[in-house]
Design a protein around this ligand. Structure first.
Ligand SMILES: Cc1ncc(COP(=O)(O)O)c(C=O)c1O
Length: 416
């Protein structure tokens, strides 16, 4: 493996273009970005040439605990003394224990878990189960939402990703996010499920009205539909509570989690669902299969993630760091009113709304020069998403804010 490090960066870029993605290589070359991820540790990523970035993208929460968190690495090493992938058909101690821990931190009667490898796969299972449970076809989701690129998840997401692959599964309807009236009009006796990201990142860290999810709950109860929260990005403490939906005081029927559950080290996802929805999978236990889903070594890693999350002070730390960002953003708003129009935030799920859709991509490119990895929202490029590792410390936040300050100043000059 050490031979990888002996390849010069130019050769890696060449091989990537030839064998992985010519389009991506061209895109980055045209944007003047030649970053190839090398060393990574804590909140930082380094280019193969040594240039350092603070990671405020975190792959949407994969690196909640930072890069190569030493406790996660140690948990994986311990797991590998005893476990491997395991066998998905058989009963399993790590899967049973991880499921019990996830149930314990979930609201209401969400007590059951199906494991997967990716977020998209876990969303697919949630939608399959909702259809099987209700014997209905209809799935309602948000316009511009994002749930992954697998079959049903893709059908629930934004048109731009699914159009070329049609026909997809029928029965999908989309409504503007946060609009209860539109949801009410779309719902019917054919609605199996309503699925929303708690805070849609790709839509620009869109924060819904405070009473939105209570209204969604009521409508789902009225029509007998399943309420599914996609917590792939907002879950596992990102919003300052275990689940983002906890911050709205609403209990859904299903929660989907992925990214951060991996500890940034071992891919794993989970669909958590209410006891009341269990009859179908009880009667058909082999109808959904994922060979690598809930791999036993991955379960051990995820158990360590939950140990860290549940430690006294962890959620308080997230909330305290969120307050520091809030203060810093208020200063930036005052200082750069011509380019920065709004700071969106729930805990450390954050986004800066800029005055023009060109500004998000500009800021992303500028970040590579200035030392910050922050990516604009694909479905609203006027928003720069800011998702730092949850373990970020006060001094590091000041660094992020100073870099943002400089970048916003550059933006003002570039477009003045
Ligand atoms: C909100 C949300 N849901 C689902 C997914 C899909 O997860 P995965 O890429 O692991 O399939 C993502 C991925 O970015 C996501 O952000």
């Amino acid at each position: 493996m050490s031979y990888i490090a002996s390849y010069p960066k130019e050769r890696i870029i060449e091989l990537f273009a030839q064998h992985v993605s010519s389009g991506k290589a061209e895109f980055f070359a045209q944007a003047g970005i030649d970053f190839v991820v090398g060393k990574r540790e804590g909140i930082y990523l380094w280019d193969l040439d040594g240039k350092r970035l603070i990671n405020c993208h975190c792959n949407g929460g994969v690196f909640n605990l930072g890069h190569r968190n030493t406790r996660i690495l140690a948990a994986l090493e311990r797991a590998l003394q005893q476990y491997d992938i395991g066998n998905h058909h058989l009963l399993s101690a790590p899967r049973a224990l991880l499921a019990a821990r996830l149930a314990a931190i979930s609201p209401g009667d969400i007590k059951r878990v199906v494991f997967g490898v990716s977020g998209g796969e876990a969303i697919d299972l949630a939608l399959k189960l909702a259809r099987a449970h209700t014997h209905r076809p209809g799935i309602i989701s948000a316009l511009g939402g994002y749930h992954g690129h697998t079959g049903l998840a893709l059908a629930a997401g934004d048109e731009s990703y699914r159009k070329p692959f049609e026909p997809l599964s029928p029965g999908f309807t989309q409504v503007p996010f946060g609009d209860l009236q539109a949801l009410e009009e779309a719902m019917s006796e054919a609605t199996a499920a309503v699925i929303f990201e708690t805070i849609p990142a790709t839509l620009g860290i869109a924060i819904p009205p405070e009473d939105f999810f209570a209204g969604v709950r009521q409508l789902c109860d009225r029509w007998g539909a399943v309420m599914i929260m996609d917590e792939v990005q907002t879950g596992l403490a990102r919003c300052g509570a275990v689940w983002g939906i906890d911050t709205y005081g609403v209990i859904p029927d299903m929660i989907v989690t992925a990214k951060g559950l991996s500890g940034g080290i071992y891919p794993i996802s989970a669909t958590l669902y209410s006891d009341r929805l269990d009859a179908f999978l009880h009667d058909n236990p082999f109808i959904h299969i994922s060979t690598f889903g809930g791999a036993e070594a991955g379960c051990c890693v995820a158990l360590e993630v939950l140990d860290i999350l549940e430690e006294p002070g962890f959620l308080e730390h997230v909330r305290a760091m969120a307050d520091l960002f809030k203060e810093g953003f208020a200063n930036l708003l005052e200082k750069h009113p011509s380019v920065l129009v709004e700071a969106r935030q729930r805990g450390l799920m954050m986004g800066l709304k800029l005055a023009d859709p060109y500004y998000g991509p500009w800021m992303t490119a500028a970040g590579f020069q200035a030392g910050l990895l922050a990516i604009y929202a694909n479905h609203d490029p006027s928003v720069l998403q800011i998702l730092p590792p949850l373990i970020i410390q006060e001094g590091e936040i000041q660094q992020v804010l100073a870099i943002l300050d400089g970048m916003l100043g550059g933006l003002e000059t570039a477009f003045s």
